[in-house]
Structure formats: structure tokens, C-alpha cells
Design a protein. Sequence first.
Length: 244
Amino acid sequence: MKVYDLIKQNSAKGTLHMTLLDPAKQAPEEAASIAKRAQEFGTDAIMVGGSTDVTQENLDATVKAIKKVCTLPVIYFPSGAHAISPYSDAIYFMSMLNSCSVRMIIGEQVAGSLIVKKIGIEPISMGYIIVAPGMKVGEIGRATPIPRDDADLACAYALAAEYMGMKLVYLEAGSGAPDHVPLEMIAAVKRTISVPLIIGGGIRRADQAAAISKAGADVIVTGTIAENDDLGALKQIIAAVKNA
Ligand code: 1GP
């Protein structure tokens, strides 16, 4: 089954959890061991990506090591077309919609589209929307982050993404953000769109994950928590997502 169909079908039954691993932050074997534990805890897919220092070499090595020990889909979460792994199952074919850089909105996608076709991985179109504070990804992507109190603007971006044919919408507070995307914003966007809604950035505790799930997230992404060797917290977050 296609990865997108899995996301669509399974998220209709309950919120999914995805574990994000940055290939630049640990050795491939270490990433694989975290992915294996995350699978045991019940995570639904592994995302691989990072804003800086992702190379074709560290990306391929990380994806291959994960695929050896983990049966979950591996989705590449790219920062650009400079590295795309043929070993991943799918790629978020994404546009940072509130960037002021044409390169982030469509340039990298033009550079990558024929590569994705040639290597035969599944492209999943996604509208990527940066919410304040946005952290490093917002800075590198030259985003104008959605103000935290402007749920209407987030809804307008998300609906524009859906109307342009994007199959997923991702609200991103930024990796390591002190606060995750506000619950009222998540609920408002969920009421506005009909494609699955992904929420990530700054989620560190089980109670936050449960509240985000209740607010309407279809997929919750955590990254930093697993990279900080805090697998106990990862386990609790996944359990909270599954029981919400
Ligand atoms: C970043 O949304 C993800 O792209 C995950 O963020 O590292 O804060 O969990 P954290």
C-alpha cells in the first residue's frame, strides 16, 4: 500500500505518531536503534530529515540502517533537492508556503521532481506552514511565521494548500520550539480543511501530545525528544497519542 494511503486510512481511526530523526545528529546505527525502539513503542512511521548538514551520504546511510531493523515506512522530510534518498519509501514533496523565498516555495521542488521520478520513491504533496517561533527552519527557510494568535491566517494558508491539491498540511512551530502550535490554532485549522493535519515542533510531554491529539491533529511529530536519549518520554508520548 502507498504510504499516503496508510496515513489517510490509519489517521481516520485515531491520531498517528511519527518519529523524526535528523541524519546529521547521530550515527546511522544510533538512529536505527532509536527507530527500532520507537517502533516497539508504537510509532507509526519514521521521518528522516533536518534543516542543516544533511548530505546524500549521511542520509542514505541513516535510511539504510533504519530499514535494516525497522519495518515501518521511512519518509524523507527534505530541506532541499541537494540530497534525496532512493532508500526511503516516500518523500514529503513539500512547499514552505509562508516563505518569502521562491526557492523554498517552488525552486527546490523543480530541482528535485525529475530525481524523485527517476528513483521511484512516492512523492506526497504537502503544504508546510511555519508557525511562530519557527526556530531554525523558519530562519533558514526565510519564513514569515504565522503569529501564534492568528488562527485565521493559519486556516487561510491551510485551505489554500488543500485547494492547490496538496494532500497533507503540516503546521510547524520549529524543532526545539519552547511552545508547540497553539491548541486553538490546531482546532481551527482542523475544522477548516479535509486533508490530514500534521503538527510538529516543541512537543516534549505526554499531556501536550494528548491535548494536541484532542484538538484535532491527525499526525503528531516528535524529533528532539528521541535525539536527547529520552526514550522514556518518547514512549509516554506515543502511548498518550494512542490513548487520546
Ligand atoms: C521538526 O516538527 C519537528 O521539524 C519536530 O520538532 O524536534 O521539537 O520535536 P521537535
